[in-house]
Design a protein around this ligand. Structure first.
Ligand code: 8IG
Length: 267
């Protein structure tokens, strides 16, 4: 196995194609916390394997992150690669495993990467728990970047405007927002949540931004959607817990799966 993350992604893509029996993928989706149950609505499963069967993938570390990858045939005849769970920066393995799925998907042909997550809402005045928000942009406060060296990738349109337009054609009422990414694993302090609001953030979470950057570097289009599962710490009510995230996911799975199926159908 190679130490070069791009070579490792090429190796993983080769292994993925032979393990799934699929020669090339059109689109890849990363199902974050609360989104895994939505995967079943996207199409017919062709095959599914543990990601750890492929070179470079870390074993799952979080409940609700199954650590499996599924090849799916959609109603529109597209072949989708669906990651049921992801690796997070807070797991402490560094940034390469966090973006390995995205890089592998791109090497396996995917030109569109759909990134989903569960997030805290920074605008409880207008957001509801269980609401899906289209990611318009992000603020990367992780302190990390998947790219090393003098590769100055333009991030003007990280989240592809055409794909956001497409989602709004399907779901005209969907709000857009700026996703603020922290390393975690702690949730924010109330002061950090107030800071994020001042900075222009609308959602806060521990994923997605680094994967979006890696996808843009790799030349893919990116769509990001957050499922707001709690108000940011200190904004209202109770402390946060992961079980509630999974519960919101179960309650919204059919709706979110239907939305993703429609989006993939129109790519
Ligand atoms: I779900 O409030 C979920 N993930 N950083 N803050 C951060 N990540 C989250 C939150 C939150 N809710």
């Amino acid at each position: 196995m190679s130490n070069d993350p791009y070579a490792l992604a090429t190796e993983a893509a080769t292994a993925l194609k032979s393990a799934t029996g699929v020669d090339s993928f059109d689109v890849a989706l990363v199902m974050g916390s609360g989104w895994v149950p939505a995967a079943d609505a996207i199409g017919e499963t062709i095959s599914e394997i543990p990601v750890t069967d492929l070179p470079g993938f870390a074993p799952p570390a979080v409940a609700g992150h199954a650590g499996r990858v599924r090849a799916v045939l959609t109603g529109s005849g597209k072949v989708a690669l669906i990651f049921l769970g992801r690796t997070h920066l807070y797991e402490g393995r560094g940034v390469d495993p966090v973006v390995h799925g995205v890089r592998t998907a791109i090497k396996a042909g995917a030109g569109t990467i759909v990134l989903t997550n569960a997030a805290g809402g920074l605008r409880p005045e207008t957001q509801e728990v269980g609401e899906a928000v289209l990611i318009s942009d992000h603020i990367n406060l992780t302190g990390a970047n998947p790219i090393t060296g003098a590769t100055f990738v333009d991030l003007t349109d990280v989240y592809t405007p055409r794909l956001r337009d497409l989602v709004r054609e399907i779901e005209p009422s969907m709000a857009e927002g700026v996703y603020v990414a922290f390393r975690g694993p702690t949730y924010e302090t109330p002061a950090e949540v107030r800071m994020c609001r001042i900075l222009g953030g609308d959602m806060v979470g521990m994923s997605t931004a680094l994967e979006a950057v890696a996808a843009r570097e790799g030349g893919a289009d990116v769509l990001g959607i957050s499922l707001v599962t709690n108000p940011g710490a200190g904004l209202v009510g109770e402390p946060l817990n992961h079980e509630e995230v999974l519960e919101v996911g179960r309650a919204t799975a059919a709706r979110m799966g239907g939305l993703l199926a429609e989006v993939v159908g129109k790519l």
